[in-house]
Design a protein around this ligand. Structure first.
Ligand code: FDP
Length: 348
């Protein structure tokens, strides 16, 4: 009896319906951004299907070439890149794509298209072979209104605060799409039996403080002093502040960020000797996640300044990142200011 009435009162909303309902709240909207988000949703379903059967269809493993960063390219990375680019090209709304898999900008057929899309088609790719969660990330900007000349890379160099939408798709125990257009954060779970993303959470909020810290501690020796002090702070026993915190590090940014969004705490990828500017990419890893986390009430900084206010100088640049619950980020910033913002990163 109970179950029947719950089922009746709970209307399932698909991603497409949700996007159209959201668009209807803006009478002047052209529907182009909605179309773009739906295109990404469609590509995500195709990628999800291939990720799930990658072992069987032999899409796993390295294809032999290196991407622009000298990293081995896995076949699934290439597949995801192609799917997303062709989905974006189809509706003639996007003029340019910047992808982790491509050195320069990719001009699409619609030169006059309104949007520029950054993406990491398959983030966490070193986890593909071991069946650990991976994801696709996207970040969308409006093209600046200068249609008088050919598009150049500079047109894409806009700070994160100019993003009009951003999101990720996590291919985990289920496939989840999370996005924001600046009006809160929504998440959708793919129901493979009907091939639809179904709304699972509207207006996501991150806990103000969390007791999980997430960082690759292998490079501890080369961190600056303030960060070392923060990690020690996380490990101290103190009942009143719920310490010691728990350490969790998956090694796929999307998966680590998704957990942080739900459970709170902090994810850090700092500068180190190996990666003096951090490892993660400002435009298609740090900015889109920062937009989502801020929209959920969290914070994201590079140790000194707000990630989304950083002025990019190149499309593939890297940035350190400290992102998560506001109280956790404020605490690490306090220690960074006290110690390493006054000194440079220590040698190992
Ligand atoms: P990957 O190299 O497997 O693609 O930026 C890429 C990324 O994964 C992130 O998803 C992840 O958070 C990070 O690198 C992991 O780096 P470490 O192995 O150095 O911890």
């Amino acid at each position: 009896m109970e179950a029947t009435s719950t089922a009746k009162s709970r209307k399932l909303v698909t991603l497409d319906e949700y996007i159209i309902q959201a668009q209807n709240k803006f009478p002047g909207a052209t529907g182009e951004l909605s179309q773009l988000l739906r295109d990404i949703g469609l590509a995500a379903k195709i990628i999800s299907r291939e990720v799930n059967k990658a072992g069987i269809t032999n899409l796993l493993g390295v294809d032999g070439s290196k991407n622009v960063h000298g990293e081995s390219v896995k076949r699934l990375d290439l597949f995801a890149d192609q799917q997303l680019i062709s989905a974006l090209d189809r509706s003639m709304i996007t003029c340019m794509v910047i992808s982790e898999e491509n050195d320069g900008i990719v001009r699409l057929n619609s030169e006059g298209g309104k949007y520029i899309v950054y993406m990491d088609p398959l983030d966490g790719s070193s986890n593909i072979d071991v069946n650990v969660s991976i994801g696709s990330i996207f970040s969308i900007y409006m093209r600046q209104p200068r249609f008088d000349r050919k598009l150049v890379e500079d047109d894409a160099l806009q700070p994160g605060i100019r993003q009009v939408a951003a999101g990720y798709v996590l291919y985990g125990s289920s496939t989840i799409m999370v996005y924001t257009t600046g009006l809160g954060v929504s998440s959708f779970t793919l129901d493979p039996s009907i091939g639809e993303f179904i709304l699972s959470e509207d207006n996501f909020k991150i806990p103000k403080e969390g007791n999980i810290y997430s960082i690759n501690e292998g490079s501890y020796n080369s961190w600056a002093e303030g960060l070392k002090k923060y990690i020690k702070y996380c490990q101290v026993e103190d009942e009143a502040t719920n310490r010691p915190y728990t350490a969790r590090y998956i090694g796929s940014m999307v998966a680590d960020l998704h957990r942080t969004l739900i459970k709170g705490g902090i994810f850090i990828y700092p500068a180190s000797t190996r990666y003096p500017n951090g490892k993660l990419r400002l435009m298609y890893e740090c900015n889109p996640h920062s937009f989502i986390i801020e929209q959920a009430g969290g914070m994201a900084i590079d140790g000194k300044e707000r990630i989304m206010e950083k002025k990019p100088t190149s499309i593939h640049e890297r940035s350190p990142i400290y992102i998560g619950s506001p109280e956790n980020v404020k605490k690490v910033k306090e220690l960074l200011d006290q110690y390493e913002n006054k000194e440079s990163v220590k040698e190992a």
